[in-house]
Design a binder for this molecule. Sequence first.
Ligand code: HEM
Length: 415
Amino acid sequence: MSTMPSDRSPDSTLAFLREGYRFVGARCDRFGSDVVQTRLLLEPTICLRGRDAAELFYDEERFVRRGATPLRGQRTLTGVGGVQGLDGAAHRARKAMFMSIMTPDAIRRLGQLFADEWRARIPTWAANGPVVLYDEVGRMLTRAVWAWAGVPLAESDVRRRTAEMHAMIEGPAVLGPKHWRGLIGRRRAERWARALVERVRAGALPAPEGSALRVIAEHRDEQGVPLPPRIAAVELLNVLRPTVAVDRYVVFLALALHDHPHWRDRVRADDATAEQFVQEVRRYYPFFPLAAARVRRSFDWRGYAFPQGRRVLLDLYGTNHHPEIWPEPERFRPERFAGWRDDPFGLIPQGGGDHRTGHRCAGEWITIELMKQAVAALTGAMSYRVPPQDLALDLSRMPTLPPSGLIVDGVRPAG
Ligand code: HEM
């Protein structure tokens, strides 16, 4: 048995917060190994990177999710008791609930709602001068996904709900006020979502057949028992929150079009090229840094011991930038996806493996559809300028975003 390359530091949590997305990759590079051990939150933690490591990580025989996400992440980002922390039959039954919402028709409908929102906003942007794309897109996605999920939304609540979703997304990997905002945002949103579920169950609020609200309110677990209202609220937020989070990817799309303007005409002219552009944005730009699991039963891999219960992190960002999978990983090259053969463990911005049986993101197809609609809007529905502003991405901030939120002005409807 070999000794796993290990960080010497007694605890690297502060280094993780300082180094952000590069934390695991920097250690892997230093040791020349895609398996390294460190200590995070005072606990020994194995970090993995690369395609084969991703395949290992998504092997359910070897890993469980129960108890893997630190409490600070559950209390802000994911909620307690949701699908992310389930294993085995309980996970499959809950995941089936999510996947039943993700029909091709439903995905198209959400894309259309978002596209309609976008088109409706263009005259206002044209009349009112500069807009912060991140703020605007967040609110458009809120309106679209609330309508799609069958959840009523007063226009006067749009800002508040969007802000709660953002607070949860930004809460886990920060200290101080931003973390507290995440806790408060989650508490408020859960209370509100729970009341909604209770009203649907009592017949006081009609929810359309097949909508996320109806499916979740009516779902029965693997033993035929309805979800407790608190858990149903967590799961409804597991649809609403990450859909709003696609606003970050829309900002990255706009950033990529700004930095690589020669792609503009190409993506407008051809759907396949637009899809390659979207995939490269998902590969290249940082969003979720890591996924977490625990070793189910002790095993050896590549001569290293993985003891039962050990926390293991898969470096999603580092795998998407691994030179063995992605030549010249730091270059933005959408053409790398021309003729790309889908590999469930190579491109993993939203996790790897199988959507239905494993923990891969339930909303990946939605994300791609919304991003395609955003590319079409940015290149085909309007013209705009990007004035000078701070667009640098700080890789120590998780999740990161250009500080300006990407300001555009001079918006004009196309044609
Ligand atoms: C904004 C873009 C998104 C990103 C970057 C993202 C990323 C991720 C990641 C990294 C995971 C964890 C994978 C793992 O644990 O192995 C995940 C899980 C999940 N995502 Fe997403 N996601 C996005 C959008 C969405 C959307 C739009 C939805 C729903 C409409 C969604 C719903 C979920 C759910 C329910 C899970 C838990 C799956 C499970 O544990 O089985 N996500 N996502």
